[in-house]
Design a protein around this ligand. Structure first.
Ligand code: IMP
Length: 427
């Protein structure tokens, strides 16, 4: 300890994995603290491009121990496939990939119910990734979930447990008039992967306490983003976990005082996948240009992301909520070539200017952005290394964000590769 937390400051997809990858060598272990297979984290290193969904991306460093924390909801079959992909590429995880026995299991009926619920909501659907996240967290909170620790039961007990949980799930499936899943088939599938999963299941609370005593340096890896937080995001257009700072504590088992550094990751513009209010959204050729230049298509679902200008109001909300004193600003290069760049400094709500981020999604939907215009820069390649080498207008853009948010951008990313990174000292 002290631990470092990496979390998303916007609606997810901010490029957290690149910052995790960058900071990992200064840490001994990484813990993913919330979410599940809805996440998509991309790392580009000397060995190529790696896409992660549930396994912490820090696993790419051979001396690092990676933990899937208690706050996660884990799809064991998707996990098996993700693991196979890593093994195929020569990443040896033996003894250093651990799963919290208290993490919840995403059951096949959760994924089925996720799609049934979305279908029922029709045009008001959340835009869920379809990975069963909401129903799995619902089961957790109604205390009917299965935990990863249940994989340690005997084969017979595990079979009986999965059968019972699936039959309970089938009662919910029936509410939608849909056919039940075969509980026996699901149970057999679980028994089949028991041998693979069991050795990785750990009491992570004891582990974390031991690491604290040993002074191990831990990095907490968040998924999604603050504005998708179940409590603090644009409810109901959110995910079902706490992706902001509170989730880092409850989802890992660390104490608040173990946390020494919290880095909020922000894209130099804004994106959102799925439904819900997005005041600075650009439904024009500029939005299209950001989508194309930024490759703004979901890592998990392939859906095109909605794109817009940087929203200082929403970002300030995130800075305050998470107590950020430093941020990482990613994808600055994607703004290159824009003659004029807009920054949202306030909202107009029913004819009045406001400068706070409304808690109610319906009110946020009525907010119109108030912009300040800043000049862009033509240079397509921004390079890495020294901040001073950036084009003048790019530096001014970064400084404007820092000044208005009262935080320092300690990382600036100008491309997917490790070399396209500018690291600055904290103030
Ligand atoms: P769910 O988490 O799959 O239930 O999806 C709920 C909302 O969160 C939808 O709008 C998703 O598009 C969004 N979402 C979930 N995971 C991610 C992510 O990793 N990046 C961006 N958006 C996400």
């Amino acid at each position: 300890m002290p631990a470092t937390v990496i979390l998303g400051g916007q609606w997810g997809d901010e490029g957290k994995a690149k910052v995790v990858d960058f900071l990992m060598p200064q840490h001994d272990a990484v813990i993913r603290f919330q979410g599940g297979a809805n996440a998509g984290h991309t790392v580009v290193n000397d060995d190529g491009t790696f896409k992660f969904h549930q396994i912490p991306s820090g696993i790419l460093y051979p001396e690092v121990t990676a933990v899937m924390g208690n706050g996660m909801v884990i799809d064991p079959f998707a996990f098996r496939d993700e693991l196979a992909g890593l093994l195929e590429r020569g990443i040896d995880v033996t003894g250093r990939l651990l799963i919290s026995s208290a993490a919840q299991v995403v059951m096949p009926h959760h994924k089925f119910i996720d799609s049934l619920m979305e279908g029922e909501l029709k045009k008001d659907h959340i835009g869920s990734t379809g990975k069963g996240i909401g129903p799995a967290y619902s089961s957790k909170h109604s205390r009917r979930g299965m935990r990863m620790g249940d994989f340690l039961l005997s084969k017979e007990e595990l079979h009986a447990r999965v059968t019972a949980v699936t039959e309970w799930g089938n009662r919910h499936v029936a509410l939608f008039g849909a056919p039940p899943l075969s509980a026996r088939k699901v149970a057999a599938d679980f028994v089949n992967i028991k041998e693979l999963i069991s050795p990785m299941i750990t009491d992570t609370q004891r582990l974390v306490s031991k690491w604290r005593r040993e002074g191990r340096r831990i990095l907490l890896e968040g998924a999604q983003g603050t504005l998708l937080d179940i409590d603090h995001g644009t409810y109901p257009y959110v995910t079902s976990s706490n992706c902001s700072i509170g989730g880092a504590v409850s989802g890992s088992g660390l104490a608040p005082r173990d946390i020494g550094r919290v880095i909020g990751i922000f894209k130099a513009y804004a994106t959102r996948v799925g439904n819900g209010p997005f005041p600075t959204e650009l439904e024009d050729e500029v939005g299209e240009c950001l989508r194309e230049r930024g490759g703004e298509f979901g890592t998990t679902t392939g859906r095109p992301r909605r794109c817009g200008w940087f929203d200082l109001v929403a970002a300030r909300y995130s800075v305050e909520l998470n107590g950020l004193d430093e941020i990482a600003l990613t994808k600055l290069d994607v703004l290159s070539g824009q003659e004029r760049i807009m920054v949202c400094t306030g909202y107009e709500l029913d004819g009045k200017r406001i400068e706070y981020f409304p808690q109610n999604a319906g009110i946020l939907e009525r907010c119109r952005p108030v912009y300040e215009e800043v000049p862009g820069w033509p240079e397509k390649e921004l390079g890495g290394g020294d901040f001073e080498n950036l084009p003048e207008n790019a530096k001014s853009y970064v400084r404007l964000i820092e000044e208005r948010l009262g935080v320092r951008a300690t990382f600036i990313s100008t491309g997917p590769e490790r070399s396209s990174t500018i690291v600055r000292k904290s103030s």
